[in-house]
Write a protein that binds this ligand. Structure first.
Ligand code: UT7
Length: 307
């Protein structure tokens, strides 16, 4: 069995922070941020907490999938930004949407989190343990940002995205995930502290490992890069996406981006983009998409999605 995406949903807070707004309190400029990252604005949650955004995205994904909440066997929420330790966000989502039959847990793999959660869901489905589930990436990173640190505060935004997966006949594709704890210091967030990042180290890591793991994925699935319709990467920096496209020698048009609007929303970035593409009719049934996440851990990976 394999999990097929039956529906997508997302929620981004209506409150927008432009690059120029940031220039009011840190030494930066719209020009610098746009040139070095591609980001033009980000959405910052006000009253909404991470769970609220996760719930909204799940409700929208269920509606899009035309599946009732009672059918859901599992809910996985990928997040690094919960304001409560217990209960887990997935149980809160369960309660709000009425998915009374679901097994629920959270997963933390930072910006690779959605990818790791998606792969975990596929493993459950492939083994026959569960049939139908929701995978959510939800983040309120604005709580974890040092708004005085121009090296990080310009990058991140808040939001949530979800996919509903349902088992269909088919052989599970090989999935790629990697972790390298030795390099963990490059991107950290201690309790009661903010996100600290060696931007250049993370940048170099991403442009080296992402193309490598995409090639690994293609090889293991006996596919040529030309057979892939879209490469949906974690939305961290436009220059990272461009560098990956260049290294893979694939035209940039196959790498959709929305980081200009939302900034880096960590584990929410891939499902928000998938939802946007789904609703715009850009992705059509039968298309092959590679999703790839990378970030703290360090961790990274890629997965093949047949729409
Ligand atoms: O999702 C998790 C994964 N995270 C990432 O993928 C982030 C990866 N890293 C990056 O995207 C980039 O490294 C950054 C966008 C964070 C930084 O871009 P950069 O091109 O690597 O800049 P830099 O850190 O080398 O800084 C260049 C210059 C420095 O000034 P000097 O030393 O050349 O005088 C910085 O102090 O730019 C300065 N700078 C800024 N200037 C204006 C750093 N941040 C800013 C800023 N505004 N916000």
């Amino acid at each position: 069995m394999i999990g097929k995406i039956y529906g997508t949903g997302s929620y981004v807070p209506p409150n927008v922070m432009e690059n120029d707004d940031l220039a009011n309190f840190v030494e930066t400029s719209d020009e610098w941020i746009k040139e070095r990252t591609g980001i033009m604005r980000r959405h910052i949650a006000q009253e909404e907490d991470m769970v609220y955004m996760a719930v909204k995205s799940a409700e929208r994904a269920l509606k899009n999938a035309n599946i009732i909440a009672e059918e859901i066997d599992f809910i996985i929420v990928s997040t690094i930004s919960s304001s409560v330790v217990l209960p887990c966000a997935a149980c809160e989502v369960q309660k709000e949407i009425g998915a009374v039959n679901a097994t629920c847990f959270d997963l933390n793999a930072a910006c690779s989190g959605f990818l790791f959660a998606y792969n975990t869901a596929q493993a459950y489905i492939a083994s026959g343990i569960y049939k139908t589930g929701i995978v959510i990436g939800a983040e309120k990173l604005s709580n974890l940002i040092d708004w005085k640190d121009r090296g990080t505060c310009i990058l991140f935004g808040d939001g949530a995205g979800a996919v509903v997966l349902k088992a269909v006949e088919g052989k599970q594709f090989p999935l790629i995930t990697h972790s390298e704890g030795e390099k963990g210091k490059a991107l950290t967030c201690w309790q009661n502290d903010f996100i600290h990042m060696d931007g250049q180290e993370v940048f170099k890591f991403a442009i080296k490992q992402v193309p490598k793991c995409i090639c690994e994925l293609l090889e293991q699935n006996h596919l040529q890069k030309e057979e892939i319709d879209y490469f949906v990467l974690h939305q961290a920096n436009r220059r990272i996406v461009e560098a990956v496209a260049k290294r893979l020698q694939v035209e940039i048009e196959k790498f959709p981006m929305n980081l200009q609007e939302y900034g880096n929303t960590s584990s929410a970035s891939i499902p928000i983009l998938l939802d946007e593409m789904n609703h715009k009719g850009i992705i059509k049934r039968g298309m092959r998409i590679i999703i790839s996440g990378f970030g703290a851990g360090l961790s990274w990976g890629a997965s093949l999605v047949e729409w």
